[in-house]
Design a protein around this ligand. Structure first.
Ligand SMILES: N[C@@H](CCC(=O)N[C@@H](CS)C(=O)NCC(=O)O)C(=O)O
Length: 203
């Protein structure tokens, strides 16, 4: 497999893709794009980066941008995506839901971070996001997967954003949602994921 994942040397929007590739045990080249290199890529225009933003997955002549689309592409390529149209749509929808939460998460830093984080934890985190994921797991049969009976890219998308929340937002826990907690722990315990997590930078 000759994937090249282009992203900044941080977790950010690249990490769900790295986590998915780890879960699938698929090798790839992790191309760190920093500073001038990003400027140079952007200068090449939309043929290199369609919207002048990262992440970008290179697979032969394909240069694919948009994190959730990259997740779906890798999932479909490696049998970690539903084939039934309704289930496939649910996997896409859940991955985009995780992306919505990821956008909220990115907004919790910078000026007024402590206040913004407290407001989010007191509000939408517990009243909106956690109940949504708990419901989706329960309605799928409480089998530690979000869609169907096996691992899909949607699992990796949700796991990564939950991991960002509990790792970097003080006070964010999964304690109130047992199905989410069980899903989270089971995903992290997958051998190839555990190996990846043990080896990645702590921040
Ligand atoms: N919807 C896109 C968002 C891509 C995006 O905004 N990437 C950021 C980094 S996380 C970026 O490259 N920002 C630089 C810029 O837009 O100038 C995705 O999910 O991949």
């Amino acid at each position: 497999m000759s994937y090249r994942l282009h992203y900044f040397p941080i977790r950010g929007r690249g990490e769900q893709i790295r986590v998915l590739l780890a879960a699938l045990d698929v090798s790839y080249e992790n191309v760190h794009v920093a500073g001038e290199k990003f400027g140079a890529m952007r200068a090449e225009g939309p043929a290199t980066l369609n919207y002048l933003a990262l992440p970008m997955l290179e697979d032969g002549d394909l240069r694919l941008v948009q994190g959730p689309a990259i997740m779906a592409y890798i999932g479909r390529t490696h049998g970690a995506a539903p084939t039934d149209p309704k289930e496939a749509a649910r996997a896409d929808s859940i991955t985009l839901g995780a992306e919505d939460l990821r956008m909220k998460y990115f907004g919790l830093f910078g000026d007024g971070a402590a206040e913004k984080q407290k407001e989010f934890l007191d509000g939408a985190w517990g009243s909106r996001w956690l109940p949504a994921f708990e419901y989706l797991l329960e309605s799928n049969g409480s089998n530690e997967h979000f869609v169907g009976n096996a691992f899909t890219f949607a699992d990796a998308a949700v796991w990564d954003v939950l991991n960002a929340m509990v790792s970097f937002i003080d006070g964010a826990t999964l304690d109130a949602v047992p199905r989410v907690k069980a899903f989270y722990d089971a995903f992290a315990a997958r051998p190839s994921v555990a190996t990846y997590l043990a080896g990645r930078p702590k921040d």
